[in-house]
Write a protein that binds this ligand. Structure first.
Ligand code: TRP
Length: 364
């Protein structure tokens, strides 16, 4: 079924999201599915979520007020997170609000096995930055269970047990690599994805970017292969598009710092990057007024759409006025800069507050 290999630790890009759905056995995120979700968030409404696997299980759990969970993890590599992570947290927050048991894990073992980060350093960074950052981005700390991979015996045990259920060739077909650290990390991640069900079998949703989709696939295969011992419910995946690079490239990446905005980031620098970014404006003023701008090609507009404007009507108004040639590309950049400034200031404030509550958090 898998027609392309995806290396989650490489730089996997997506040119055509429709094709990825076909090649990877995902399901399209359709209007009829959106209708079944109570108060869909802006990423759902705006189709920044482009695909899912088996989300109907979670939809039904919400509808019937049955137990379900939402889970995500982060490698504590740098003291910054990228905008793609912000999308994942927004989705986790959505399901948390719908009643999901929520798990956030620190992938310290993965960071050790794939990046050589020591467990001590990983723990320190996660406590001082990543966990507070997740709270600053809106997770309810009282309703979230946090853990480190390295101290979760259940997760580690599942990882070991699952190793019997996949061959090297199958692993290569999914991931395109067979590096030992990556194999261990993938099995461990399947452990993360399924461990909440040790307590109770229930549906769960794992919101991810496209590069993490092999892990969902692997976890689902493992569920099918451990039916007789565990009988887990197949976990659901929810996939967001990448935030494009400010130069118009397919994915924002730290390898191109001049086109990448991270959280946190110096506001002035970020605004400069936005101003230099690829726009949907026309070549001359006359042409722009006559033909109108192209919001779908404009990176500043994309930032507003994916990240900084909640209100659909406000976004639509900007879209329409830009398209009608009433707003210039410079105006869109000004708006993006203003909204980013608001966001970063708010984030910084919340981050400081969240740091103070870390000692009182519940760790599994
Ligand atoms: N592999 C993820 C990353 O690169 C981290 C991670 C570990 C994770 N376990 C997970 C993500 C379970 C989602 C679900 O950041």
């Amino acid at each position: 079924m898998v027609k392309v290999t995806i290396d989650p630790w490489g730089s996997f890009l997506v040119k055509d999201y429709e094709k990825l759905i076909g090649n990877y056995g995902l399901e399209a995120f359709t209007d009829s599915l959106i209708k079944k979700l109570p108060n869909p968030n802006k990423l759902m409404r705006r189709k920044i979520i482009f695909a899912h696997t088996d989300l109907i299980k979670v939809v039904n759990a919400i509808k019937n007020k049955k137990d379900f969970y939402a889970l995500t993890g982060i490698m504590p590599s740098l003291e910054q997170i990228h905008l793609g992570t912000k999308l994942v947290i927004e989705n986790i927050k959505y399901f948390q609000n719908q009643g999901a048991k929520t798990y956030v894990l620190v992938a310290d073992l993965e960071a050790a096995a794939t990046r050589g980060l020591s467990l001590e350093e990983g723990r320190k960074r996660a406590l001082s930055f990543h966990i507070p950052a997740y709270i600053a981005l809106g997770l309810n700390p009282k309703k979230t269970s946090f853990y480190f991979q390295s101290t979760n015996e259940n997760v580690k045990n599942l990882g070991y047990i699952f190793s019997k259920k996949i061959t090297l060739n199958e692993f290569r077909a999914i991931y395109g690599t067979t590096e030992p650290g990556r194999i261990m990390s993938s099995l461990l991640q399947a452990g993360d994805i399924l461990f909440p069900q040790l307590e109770k079998r229930m549906p769960g949703v794992i919101p991810v970017g496209p590069d993490q989709s092999p892990h969902i696939l692997l976890s689902r295969d493992i569920v099918n292969r451990t039916r007789s011992s565990f009988n887990f419910v197949l976990p659901s995946g929810l996939y967001n598009k990448y935030t494009p690079s400010l130069d118009g490239g397919l994915k924002m990446s730290k390898s191109k710092p001049e086109s990448c905005i991270t959280i946190p980031e110096d506001i002035e620098k970020a605004c400069k990057k936005i101003r230099r970014g690829f726009s949907g404006g026309r070549n001359t003023l006359e042409e722009h007024k006559r033909l109108g701008g192209m919001p779908e090609k404009d990176m500043a507009f994309e930032l507003l759409k994916q990240h900084f404007i909640e209100d659909d009507k406000k976004l639509q108004k900007i879209h329409n006025e830009y398209k009608a040639g009433k707003l210039m590309s410079g105006d869109i950049k000004d708006i993006a800069c203003k909204e980013l400034t608001k966001f970063m200031k708010d984030f910084n404030k919340k981050l400081e507050k969240a740091k103070n509550i870390v000692p009182s958090l519940k760790f599994i």
